[in-house]
Design a protein around this ligand. Structure first.
Ligand SMILES: *Cc1c(COP(=O)(O)O)cnc(C)c1O
Length: 436
């Protein structure tokens, strides 16, 4: 059997017609240049990660962890030095005890702010789950309850940064400036490393003592530089997104200035004990292997995003970013304008998953989110969004956020499956006359 026929047979088993497959192939041919750029970034980042391993002389003994208090956990401490080297920071805190990205961000804020301080977001509303951390929506245990106030400056209508308004929003109490790189559940542009660098330079010029923190979720390894390379004092993210490479079973990281990381250690563990405590149990091997794989896994996810953008743009949907744009994170937003389309899309992504592919997701309320959310995540690591996944809050304009893909062939299959499902449901048509 010829390769072409064999592969289309396998697609047919997933319910994908040769018509949909051919449509995808035509679009893929136009993406060759984009994919080459993505591979070049992965190549650079792979070498950066390799160098961090070698410079820290990572050995077999670092891969097994400790129990109990976790004193003298050399594998954990060396992993933190590896992260610090990758991010070019003085220190890092990389722990399985950090439950998720929100926890990592919450930790960074609670450990480095004190009552009376003010937090500033100069790039608009932060990620949904942070609203309760900050107390924008009242919540038990929020920063607001501790007398830490918050101000935000919206992005301008074109998505650019409103510098004059930021200057006005700074007060003598401003202590920490939080910059979210990725759009999260907003249809605004993701910030480039350059624009993050300019923003940091601007606020540091007003007061060099401001702590500039970047919520780096979904951004790691998309570029050859990280926010810490352009002045961020602290980069924060989740290990079940890019830097975990799909292998980290849990965890979060903070990379930044030594004093900020030290404070985070006191908050995570306890004052006095700090970073010296915290057993790594059996997870170190996966965390090391995960960060080693992260550059190519991120590249696979990015190719999946670009391919989805191309497919849905050619069907006439508004996509953000557009396939020819520079990508600054792995999230692909597709605006469906219709709850049926959003739901069918997410259900198809689930149906293309290796785990729980037989399960039909439905919209449901989610802790931390203000409206029902539909989530497709048939992943090895529960809720992992570096694995192929899609979600969307059931609110206008019904945007699906697609992200992840441990391998590009899987991301591609998921995107083709979603197109097939929308076609089968009569919700879209392939552009005619070329593809009919
Ligand atoms: C995912 C995400 C978070 C929160 O991370 P969780 O692991 O879901 O708690 C915060 N900010 C951004 C931009 C994110 O994408």
């Amino acid at each position: 059997m010829k390769m072409g026929e064999a592969v289309t047979d396998e697609y047919r088993r997933l319910g994908i017609s040769s018509q949909v497959f051919d449509f995808g192939e035509t679009l893929l041919r136009s993406l060759e240049g984009r994919f080459r750029e993505i591979d070049q970034t992965a190549e650079y980042n792979q070498l950066k990660v390799l160098a961090a391993f070698q410079e820290n002389m990572i050995g077999e003994s670092h891969l097994s962890g400790t129990t109990g208090y976790g004193y003298h956990d050399s594998g954990r401490d060396a992993l933190e030095r590896v992260y610090a080297d990758i991010f070019h920071t003085e220190a890092a805190l990389v722990r399985p005890q950090i439950a998720c990205g929100t926890h990592a961000l919450s930790l960074a804020l609670f450990s480095n702010l004190r009552p009376g301080d003010e937090l500033l977001s100069p790039v608009g509303k932060p990620y949904d789950t942070l609203e309760q951390v900050i107390g924008i929506r009242p919540a038990a245990g929020s920063l607001a309850e501790y007398g830490i106030t918050y101000r935000e400056v919206a992005l301008l209508p074109d998505g650019s940064i409103d510098y004059p308004a930021i200057e006005k929003a700074i007060t003598p109490r401003t202590k920490l400036v939080t910059i979210q790189r990725s759009r999260g559940y907003q249809n605004r542009p993701t910030l480039s490393i350059d624009s993050i660098g300019q923003l940091i330079a601007f606020v540091k010029n007003i007061n060099p003592k401001f702590i500039c923190m970047v919520d780096n979720c979904y951004g790691e390894f998309v570029d050859t530089v990280e926010p810490s390379d352009v002045g961020a004092d602290l980069c924060v993210g989740s290990l079940i997104k890019n830097p975990g490479g799909g292998l980290a079973p849990m965890g979060g990281y903070l990379a930044g200035k030594e004093e900020l990381i030290e404070q985070a250690g006191y908050r995570l563990v306890s004052p006095g004990l700090g970073r010296a405590v915290g057993a790594s149990l059996e997870v170190l091997r996966s965390l090391y292997q995960g960060i080693f794989f992260a550059p190519t896994v991120t590249a696979a996810a990015l190719k999946g995003a670009v391919f989805a953008a191309k497919v849905y743009q050619s069907l006439g949907f508004n996509v953000n970013p557009k396939p020819d744009d520079d990508y600054h994170d792995i999230i692909q937003a597709i605006t469906f304008e219709n709850p049926m389309l959003l739901t069918t899309f997410c259900q198809a992504i689930q149906a293309a998953s290796p785990i729980d592919g037989h399960v039909l997701p439905e919209a449901a309320p989610m802790p931390g989110y203000s409206c029902p959310v539909i989530m497709a995540s048939g992943s090895f690591i529960s809720g992992s969004s570096i694995e192929l996944s899609a979600d969307g809050p059931l609110r206008e304009p019904y945007i699906a956020y697609l992200q992840g893909g441990l391998t590009f062939p899987h991301a591609k299959a998921g995107v083709l499956k979603s197109l097939q499902s929308l076609l089968d449901a009569g919700l879209v048509e392939l552009p005619s006359p070329i593809y009919t």
